[in-house]
Design a protein around this ligand. Structure first.
Ligand code: PMV
Length: 321
């Protein structure tokens, strides 16, 4: 039997992070330049449940049965077994690799889950559709992120730009003009659950103030959607920068992220903001073709340890739901 492989892209949030946890809309786009990949190879001579996992990026080379119940990969398999109603797994080797930075706000954990579920479910002869993969990935994310909105599993599973409101079916976005974003990694690692938890504490202490901020972010997100779909796209940058200011007020930026945002703007980016949970991870900047080189250089000079470029293309073909 030939090896079965599957992959899933990284993601970035264009606008609306944090507010999306409280019911406001957010926009996310896939970042296809980085991918998680899972390859399953049958082991016909192995005993039942003998699953050998090799994930060099996290220094993992072990059998599934040896992993703690709380290990994300163990949780993923437990959910998969329940979902498919299997009493046991046949023996196989699973190799997981990823070029998505870990804990950098690009959805590395969700992308690994999606790639593994795709490859393993196909190998088992029960290929899951996107809806099943997204909801199972959401379940696993919930078990260690507490209150995820569901935006990460959705954009990564469907690999298309989305307008997302928690608990509602997502909408696919169709931009009228191509847009190019630079994503710059601050090199600072930050845990989404911690930052989301801190925002929750602050919201509990001062709900009116925080709900006003969430609402303002949601309003910006709707404005960005309108400009993406109908133009003028030149106005999008200003909304993104305004979104960064609101994220600063939420308390989720950091000196490193602010430095990157300011450097991108000073070098001619149309707009810039932190993306994802904040405190670390990445910023994104909307950059015209003519400013690409100068903004890239300015971001490196301001401390970016990695740069990724991603494009939002005008039309996006519908894929299987
Ligand atoms: O996974 P991250 O770091 O990109 O953050 C996800 C975005 C949040 O809105 C902060 C949390 C969520 O679940 O939507």
């Amino acid at each position: 039997m030939p090896a079965i492989s599957a992959q899933a892209p990284g993601k970035t949030i264009l606008c609306g992070e944090h507010a999306v946890v409280y019911g406001q809309p957010a926009i996310a786009i896939p970042v296809t330049q980085v991918q998680a990949r899972a390859v399953v190879t049958a082991n016909p001579r192995g005993a039942a449940n003998q699953i050998h996992i090799i994930a060099p990026d996290i220094q993992l080379d072990d059998y599934l049965e040896n992993l703690a119940e709380s290990h994300p990969i163990k949780r993923l398999f437990t959910s998969l077994r329940h979902s498919l109603n299997l009493s046991h797994f046949p023996a196989f080797d699973l190799r997981i690799t990823s070029t998505i930075p870990i804990a950098g706000g690009m959805g590395s954990g969700a992308a690994v889950s999606v790639a593994v579920l795709r490859a393993v479910s196909q190998f088992l002869g029960h290929p899951m559709n996107n809806e099943q993969i997204s909801s199972l990935t959401f379940e696993v994310e919930k078990s260690y992120h507490g209150t995820p909105s569901g935006i990460d599993n959705t954009v990564i599973t469907y690999a298309r730009p989305i307008f997302f409101i928690r608990g509602q079916p997502f909408e696919t976005l169709h931009a009228i003009h191509p847009l190019t974003f630079l994503i710059a990694d601050s090199g600072v690692r930050s845990e989404t659950a911690t930052v989301v938890g801190d925002v929750r504490q602050a919201w509990k202490k001062n709900p009116e103030h925080y709900e006003a901020l969430f609402h303002a972010i949601g309003t910006l997100t709707v404005q960005v959607r309108r400009r993406l779909e109908r133009g003028p796209t030149e106005e999008i940058g200003g909304f993104l920068t305004a979104n960064h200011q609101l994220l600063q007020e939420l308390g989720v930026s950091s000196p490193e992220l602010d430095r990157l945002v300011n450097a991108a703007l000073a070098a001619g980016a149309q707009g810039a903001k932190l993306t994802g949970a904040g405190r670390g991870g990445n910023i994104l900047a909307l950059v015209g073709e003519d400013k690409m080189a100068s903004v890239s250089q300015a971001l490196r000079d301001a401390g970016a340890v990695n740069l990724y470029q991603t494009n939002l293309m005008p039309s996006h073909d519908e894929v299987e739901k």
